[in-house]
Design a binder for this molecule. Sequence first.
Ligand SMILES: Nc1ncnc2c1ncn2[C@@H]1O[C@H](COP(=O)(O)OP(=O)(O)O)[C@@H](O)[C@H]1O
Ligand SMILES: [Mg+2]
Length: 346
Amino acid sequence: MSDVTKEQVLEALKAVQDPDLHQDIVSLGFVQDLALCNGVAKFTLELTTPACPVKDQLKAEAQQVVLALDGIDEVNVNMTAKVRTSLPAGNQLGGNVRNVIAITSGKGGVGKSTVAVNLAVALARVGARVGLLDADVYGPNVPVMMGVTGQPTGGADGKLKPLVAHGVRTISVGNMIEDGQPVMWRGPMLHRALEQFLKDVLWDELDYLLVDMPPGTGDAQLSLAQLVPLTGAVVVTMPQEVSQTDVRRAIGMCQQVKCPVIGVIENMSGEIFGHGGGEQIATTYSVPFLGSVPLNPDVRRGGDAGTPVVIADPDSESAMIFRTLAGLVAAEIAKRPADQLPVLEV
Ligand SMILES: Nc1ncnc2c1ncn2[C@@H]1O[C@H](COP(=O)(O)OP(=O)(O)O)[C@@H](O)[C@H]1O
Ligand SMILES: [Mg+2]
């Protein structure tokens, strides 16, 4: 039996392509710590996100091509991930936050918060370090939807420690005001609040900071984009919104603040509101259509109970869809550097 060399193993692994990045896993630098001993090959595959939709496929293919080599009897693949940053060095967030993703829409009630909490939880469940910033200071939903009570406490340097729920670090003005107190901040105060949430919070190392945006295309959107370089925005729409100007404005806003659009998610699709509007919008503006979330009472119940459906009922269709969407968002970000995400002409 001939001794297999590392070079031969790497050569074999070059046959495995990452379908998103259109390159082989060796050239992409995914293969690490390769060791060979008595017919056993061991190596690590370091992907660009723990939420990689083709993780299992890449692992299986890598195993298969190496096992096919004469002289290899066993293959042990260790899967890890390192999320790359899309933000310039020395940004406001202290360099610990790798990606900032705004969840936005043209108007309220379309499911931004619902999508934001479920994406956050889904990403955290696969091992990503996730933060969720509730930028809807007028109608903060994150505390209820994530089931977070209490007030964040101060840590080192007088910075606030986020409250952790379902593996996600959260900050919301809802945890800082007396119950039922209306928040009537004007533009400058809103700006300052967002600034504090970004800079004076001990986010620590985050792969993804999701920002649940307030409805519309106003001060908050402008402020956020001024305060932090955004990796991109996920635009949430309802199926019947295609004929409305709200989505168009939301996408136009992204363009105005130079925030790339990661993709469109259609929410509450089904018999009542129809379906297809989200995809049509995505096609019109040549941005990725990420998928549809059906209108389903489980989704609302999860939000009302403080346990997002991804956790409350992980085997449900809705949970599966949110997990898929989380993978697509992560893959879309990993796929290309931020400056290559489409900034739209509207
Ligand atoms: N796919 C869905 N199926 C059923 N109810 C949903 C769905 N998405 C959102 N909802 C419900 O619709 C309402 C509005 O959603 P929300 O996430 O608060 O919207 P937004 O943040 O855009 O204002 C909430 O009561 C929420 O539970
Ligand atoms: Mg909301």
